[in-house]
Every structure is written in structure tokens, then in C-alpha cells.
Design a protein around this ligand. Structure first.
Ligand code: ATP
Length: 248
């Protein structure tokens, strides 16, 4: 490793998750470095949401995880979800979970509450950073979140996550329910996040769109990582082409 290799932000080793008798993840290994976009692609039921929930320490009670997850060189075993967030991990769930009766700006403010509570004063700088990534949010800053289009809601969900200045941003199916053009626009913005140094773990069913912006990718099928590699190589892998890109 050279001295300019970005540091590992997230390292997962031998992660397995069971729901009762069901193996949802088996012996998963993956890592994400600062400024990288790493994608996990796979079909419905492959275990993608389970992976993100396990990483956040937010598995449902019937879920049992084993293996090791380290974040910024610290083992997360026994670390509560609030503490993971405080350390700079942030998950944008499929549901987007916005406050519909609050404005865009108020939703963004909420994303920064933890840092503001800790006395950090660069909230306005971060707001400007988010507005420069998502000019559409700036134009509509006083609009109620409940009146936004699906694409705008996804922008707001990502923008709100960025207000907490995470080191690791985890996105669960950001393209879900969105038209291809909007998906492309959102993923283009996600690819710009590299410049900010944030590491992104992108969970996607839309393999083509995800591999186009990612640095590295993993293919998850029924709980197993069956393939991994640099994103360009995966895009030209015959198995990926046949199963996920529909070009065969
Ligand atoms: P999707 O894209 O459809 O959300 P996914 O790749 O995110 O799928 P998971 O939701 O993680 O997959 O599910 C992985 C497996 O674990 C599936 O077989 C699912 O039925 C099972 N599973 C998920 N949650 C639970 C639960 N709370 N209890 C029991 N089994 C579960």
C-alpha cells in the first residue's frame, strides 16, 4: 500500500446474519476506502438491506449477526446505533424517511442537529455545500417536503444525511421508484461526493447505473458475495452482463 492510498473507512470480515433458521448473509467480506464509491448489487431478497441494517447495528430483534465490522479502525461490536451515527456513519433508507410537513430547509437542519448540539458552528457552510450539490433543493428551500417529487425527496434524503458530515454514507436503493433520467441525475451527484472525501456504500438493484459510477463492486446473491472486482471489470464480466445488465 502506498502512502497516498486512501484509508479504509469500513471493513467487514466474516459477517453472517441469521433470521431464525434463515441465513440472510453468509461470511461477507468487504471494504470501503475514503472517497470511494463501493456498490453492492444483487436481486430481491439477496440480503442487501440486511447488510446495511447489520452495519448500522439496526437488525430486527429476530436477526442475529456474527463476524467483525470495523469503522475507522474501531471494532463496532456492541456499539449502539446512536453511537455509530455519532462516529460518522449515516444510512439513507429506502423509505427516505423525511418530515413531510416540514420545509426542505428544516429537514436539512435536522440532519445537522447532532453536530449543532455538539457546538459545531459550520452548519451554514455545510448547508451551502448541500445546496451547491443539489441546486434544486436551494430553489425550493421553503417548500414542504411532502409536496416534493420522488427524485427531489431522494435528493433531500441524501442532502440531510450530508448535513451530519458523515465519513461513510450508505444508500439503500436510491433509484427505487424513480424514472431512469432522475436516477441518472441522482447518481451523477452521488459520484460528485468523492470530491468531499466521503466514502459511499451504494446498495442497488439497478446494476448498470450503480457500476457506472462505482469504483468497486460486489455481487450478492442469496446471502453470498459471488463476485467482486473493480466496477469496470464487473461491467464487462459475462455473468454480470447476462444476469444483471440484460445484454446477453
Ligand atoms: P430487497 O431488494 O427485496 O429489499 P434485499 O436484498 O434487501 O431484498 P433482505 O431484505 O435483506 O434482501 O432479505 C434477505 C433475506 O432475509 C430474505 O430471504 C428475507 O426473506 C429474509 N429476511 C429479511 N428480513 C427478515 C426478518 N425480519 N425475518 C425473517 N427473515 C427476514
Amino acid at each position: 500500500m502506498t502512502s497516498d492510498t486512501p484509508r479504509i473507512v469500513l471493513e467487514v470480515a466474516g459477517l453472517s446474519v441469521r433470521y431464525g433458521k434463515v441465513d440472510a448473509l453468509r461470511d461477507v467480506h468487504l471494504s470501503v476506502r475514503a472517497g470511494q464509491i463501493v456498490t453492492v448489487i444483487g436481486p430481491n431478497g439477496a440480503g442487501k438491506s440486511t447488510l446495511l441494517n447489520a452495519l448500522m447495528g439496526a437488525l430486527p430483534v429476530q436477526g442475529h449477526a456474527s463476524g467483525r465490522v470495523s469503522y475507522l479502525d474501531e471494532d463496532l461490536n456492541g456499539v449502539e446505533i446512536e453511537d455509530r451515527v455519532a462516529r460518522g456513519m449515516c444510512l439513507v433508507p429506502e423509505t427516505r424517511a423525511l418530515f413531510a410537513s416540514m420545509t426542505i430547509e428544516d429537514n436539512l437542519q435536522l440532519g445537522a442537529w447532532r453536530r449543532r448540539k455538539a457546538g459545531t458552528r459550520d452548519y451554514l457552510d455545510q448547508l451551502e455545500t448541500v445546496f451547491s450539490l443539489f441546486p434544486r433543493l436551494k430553489e425550493r428551500r421553503r417548500q414542504l417536503a411532502g409536496t416534493l417529487s420522488g427524485g427531489e425527496r431522494q435528493m433531500l434524503a441524501i442532502g440531510r444525511a450530508l448535513m451530519g458530515k458523515p465519513d461513510l454514507l450508505m444508500l439503500d436503493e436510491p433509484s427505487l421508484g424513480l424514472a431512469p433520467l432522475i436516477t441518472r441525475e441522482i447518481l451523477r451527484i452521488v459520484s460528485e461526493l468523492r470530491k468531499t472525501g466521503v466514502a459511499t456504500l451504494l446498495i442497488e438493484q439497478n446494476a448498470r447505473a450503480a457500476l457506472q459510477i462505482a469504483d468497486f463492486g460486489y455481487v450478492l446473491e442469496t446471502g453470498d458475495i459471488v463476485l467482486e472486482g473493480v466496477a469496470d471489470a464487473l461491467e464487462s464480466n459475462p455473468r454480470v452482463i447476462e444476469t444483471y445488465l440484460g445484454l446477453a
